[in-house]
Design a protein around this ligand. Structure first.
Ligand code: SF4
Length: 130
């Protein structure tokens, strides 16, 4: 079962096939294919997406100097909004419904500053949530 950290439980709903490199995108496509028929394990810290990311260094996110702490905070906020614990399970379809309900708050907290905003704005579900 795919293991996903808090902010990925939200942001992956807006995946449009873009990513850091081919290995990252391939891994993400594989995870997305599994979400349709496998339960999601909620996790904290580096997850199955991070596992193929060039920014994962010694178990920490080095996307920016403060990324690891900032992203953990974002993960915690996502779990709070989704009413999940970091050791729980979730179904992708149920998450999708929840993401729609929390999206106004999520968008105002994070999307305007996010480097992936342009990619997400191409996603139909993202635009429907606005
Ligand atoms: S940028 Fe950081 S949080 Fe995002 S996938 Fe890479 S390691 Fe994980």
């Amino acid at each position: 079962m795919p293991s996903l950290r808090g902010h990925h439980l939200v942001c992956l709903h807006f995946f449009t096939g873009e990513g850091y490199d081919e290995a990252f995108i391939k891994n993400l496509r594989n995870i997305m294919a599994r979400t349709g028929h496998e339960e999601i394990t909620v996790t904290s810290g580096a997850d199955d997406v991070c596992a193929s990311c060039l920014h994962l260094k010694e178990g920490r996110c080095d996307y920016t100097e403060d990324a690891d702490a900032d992203i953990r905070e974002m993960d915690n906020r996502a779990l709070d909004l989704l009413n999940l614990s970091e050791t729980g399970w979730a179904q992708w379809d149920e998450l999708r419904d929840l993401v729609r309900t929390i999206f106004p708050q999520w968008h105002s907290l994070y999307c305007s500053e996010c480097d992936w905003r342009n990619a997400c704005e191409k996603n139909v579900f993202f635009r429907k949530c606005l």
